[in-house]
Design a protein around this ligand. Structure first.
Ligand code: FES
Ligand code: FES
Length: 161
């Protein structure tokens, strides 16, 4: 197999071309090569969820994929949530409910929550807890994170009426 590969990806609507080594992780490619530093790298073993991004419409652990595997894909990072300098309702709710402590888990939590609300716009607290169970918060701020996701769901339900 060739050591280097030419790939094309679209991140948050912006197309990129790059030549990458076979071993380059998608998380490192997004952070270090493209500057999407909202992709946090914690465990690098698929455990913590800090590196979560959307790949062709569903969340993945970007530390468990190589950049070359994203060739031709659409990616969304946490930087893609805000629109025209306006925070997404989930981001607003995290801020208002003080669901951010050190913030390390926050990008992954936000993207997992975004996926949950796409699939289930009216989740119960238990469903929210289950949905974020794979994302670890080292500050253990789960209570406020759950409240923030519930508040955002209620706000989005009102605005989409
Ligand atoms: S850094 Fe990818 S799951 Fe922890
Ligand atoms: S806010 Fe610190 S890890 Fe979650």
């Amino acid at each position: 197999m060739a050591d280097r590969h030419h790939i094309t990806v679209t991140v948050n609507g912006t197309p990129y071309e790059a030549t990458v080594e076979s071993r380059l992780l998608l998380a490192d490619f997004l952070r270090d090569h493209l500057g999407y530093v909202g992709v946090h790298v914690g465990c690098e073993h698929g455990v913590c969820g800090a590196c979560t991004v959307f790949l062709d419409g569903q969340t993945v652990r970007s530390c468990l994929l190589f950049a070359v595997q994203a060739d031709g894909c659409q990616i969304m990072t946490v930087e893609g949530l805000a629109r025209d300098s306006n925070l997404h309702p989930l981001q607003e709710a995290f801020r208002e409910k003080q669901a951010i402590q050190c913030g390390f888990c926050t990008p992954g939590m936000l993207l997992r929550a975004y996926e949950l609300l796409q699939q289930n716009p009216h989740p119960t607290r238990d469903e929210i807890r289950e949905a974020i169970a794979g994302n670890l918060c080292r500050c253990t701020g789960y209570q406020f994170i759950v409240e923030a996701i519930q508040a955002a769901a209620e706000r989005l339900a009102v605005t989409s009426r």
